[in-house]
Design a protein around this ligand. Structure first.
Ligand code: AMP
Ligand code: MG
Length: 521
């Protein structure tokens, strides 16, 4: 395996002078050098061949012992200097101080085909940022991260990628529901890949310590490498930088709303500065459409990170980033204006996105109402979001409301004819939609093809990941690859895999791992 190593983060930014791998506060440094833990008995479970190709790793190389050793932390590649990043963050709305890569270890940056990639192991042992935890990860959450990052990429959602999923051979103790029932689970290690893993929290930690010099170093570095079209590192450059982070973050969350993804832990330390979905923890996918749903049991009372609130939270998080960058920009009115305009930016972006879900390529003033009515109607009785929008593409302009409702039937968890009042409401919405379609010039067939590029047929439903996890716990890893293959083409008809185009089965409704996930991972 021949990787073209081209480190910049460690070359250009200040390192923690101490190499001691014990939990502590790390000041005036962007990272600490650290060596991954040697795994007891590593084995490879799954590789994303596409992510490997991005790095110039051939299929043959992915099966080598070298690959296994490097991507489980058993071997440190010559000339590379693994490290953990220092960052802080707001967790559930409160400033939490220093957090940092507590169980992520950055291996190296690789240049391939003019693109820079940072490679990071998750679950490869403790770092100075591990606080009281072990730096390890368990198989169930690693399967979820590996599969979901690749699925999101193929859905067209900006995301970090996953190269590999390995078992460490170590046993890891976890209390899944934080209810006093700890048990051993299989330890696992994922190798994540992204242009950079810098988060909002990397900027926040310096600002919180009034360390303007290092805040500037980090910001200049980020601009130089990831926003190279911004040519000046001065007030104007930093404002431009902030605007672009705003734009990318908005785009990311609008994609989440489009596909029904709920991140679950949108703390500012889990917000990528590049607008990538990062840190797949207790995330989930909407099954029944519900703006109030969150998969994260740790957040079940407040529901801060519920589906419908994600844009508001991104706004809140951007406000925190603005607070940090203020030290460099020193112009509150300019930052306030960007943040104040954001409400409208979100509503415009959301409206535009919802139009695409409905197959509307023109804009009509009343589309807002049509969409608001739809959202209300979708929640009258449990209605599967993915199935609903996918089936909506089969509507024809001269269908009757009755025919349309017939076509949408399998999206409803209970047969609709049992509930007369709801049927009426659906008929009313469908009539509006049919009328609206008359204003569209595209043929039914053209509209359907278009909608099927926006509304996925297959997503990683919570129970699907859980089936792969249950099988893996019993030593059967085949479902991991089956789901990976399925989710490579989420918009395509895949007749052999039609069984995954189905509502959540009843057994999964209240099952741990399906509807209930905690931060324990
Ligand atoms: P998360 O909510 O998963 O994004 O994690 C929040 C913080 O806790 C981050 O700084 C993580 O690195 C750290 N963390 C989470 N799990 C562990 C673990 N098992 N060992 C060490 N640090 C952890
Ligand atoms: Mg995190």
């Amino acid at each position: 395996m021949n990787l073209s190593i081209a480190d910049t983060f460690t070359k250009e930014l200040p390192a923690d002078p101490s190499k001691e791998n014990t939990p502590r506060q790390v000041l005036e440094s962007c990272y600490s050098f650290v060596t991954p833990k040697i795994p007891a008995n590593p084995s490879l479970l799954h590789v994303s061949e596409e992510t490997a190709a991005l790095l110039g790793i051939s299929q043959k190389d992915t099966q080598s012992n070298d690959f296994l050793q490097v991507f489980t932390g058993a071997k440190v590649v010559e000339q590379s200097q693994p490290f953990a990043m220092c960052y802080g963050g707001h967790q559930f709305g409160n400033w939490a101080g220093q957090l940092g890569d507590g169980r992520a270890i950055n291996l190296m940056e690789v240049l391939h085909k003019d693109q820079r990639w940072a490679l990071q192991l998750k679950g490869a042992g403790p770092t100075p940022y591990s606080r009281r935890a072990d730096g390890l990860a368990v198989l169930r959450s690693s399967i979820r991260e590996h599969l979901c990052s690749e699925a999101m990429y193929h859905l067209g959602v900006p995301t970090t990628r996953s190269l590999s999923l390995c078992l460490s051979g170590d046993q890891v103790m976890r209390d899944v529901l934080y209810n006093g029932n700890p048990a051993y689970e299989k330890g696992a290690i994922v190798c994540r890949v992204a242009p950079s893993f810098i988060r909002f929290g990397n900027f926040q930690i310096f600002a919180s310590r009034n360390d303007t010099a290092n805040l500037k170093r980090l910001t200049d570095y980020t601009i130089r490498h990831f926003f190279p079209h911004i040519t000046t590192c001065d007030k104007e450059g930093y404002i431009q930088f902030f605007k672009e982070v705003v734009q990318r973050s908005v785009e990311m969350v609008i994609h989440w709303q489009r596909v029904g993804f709920v991140h679950g832990v949108m703390n500012t330390d889990n917000m990528s500065i590049l607008g990538l979905t990062i840190d797949y923890g207790p995330y989930g996918w909407l099954e029944g459409y519900d703006k109030g749903w969150t998969p994260n049991t740790t957040d079940k009372h407040q529901k801060r990170y519920r589906y419908g609130y994600q844009p508001t939270i991104v706004h809140w998080n951007l406000f925190q980033l603005a607070n940090a960058l203020f030290l460099l920009i020193n112009d509150a009115p300019v930052l306030e204006k960007i943040l104040n305009d954001l409400q409208e930016v979100f509503s415009d972006a959301y409206l535009a996105m919802m139009r695409t879900k409905l197959g509307l390529q023109t804009s009509v003033e009343a589309d807002n109402l049509l969409i608001a009515d739809l959202e209300d109607t979708l929640t009258l009785t449990e209605t599967d979001m993915t199935i609903f929008f996918r089936l909506l593409a089969t509507v024809q302009k001269d269908d009757s409301p009755k025919e349309v409702l017939q076509k949408l039937q399998t999206a409803f968890y209970k047969p609709l004819e049992l509930i007369e009042e709801i049927t009426e409401k659906w008929n009313a919405w469908i009539s509006q939609y049919l009328q609206r379609l008359q204003k569209e010039s595209a043929s039914d067939a053209v509209r359907a093809t278009y909608m099927n590029t926006i509304n996925p047929k297959y997503v990683l439903r919570n129970y699907m990941a859980q089936l792969a996890i249950d099988a893996a716990d019993n030593g059967d890893y085949t479902l991991i690859d089956e789901l990976y293959q399925l989710l490579k083409q989420p918009y395509a008809e895949q007749p052999d895999r039609e069984k995954w185009f189905a509502k959540r089965p009843e057994w999964a409704r209240h099952k741990v791992g399906c509807s209930m996930l905690s931060c324990s991972s």
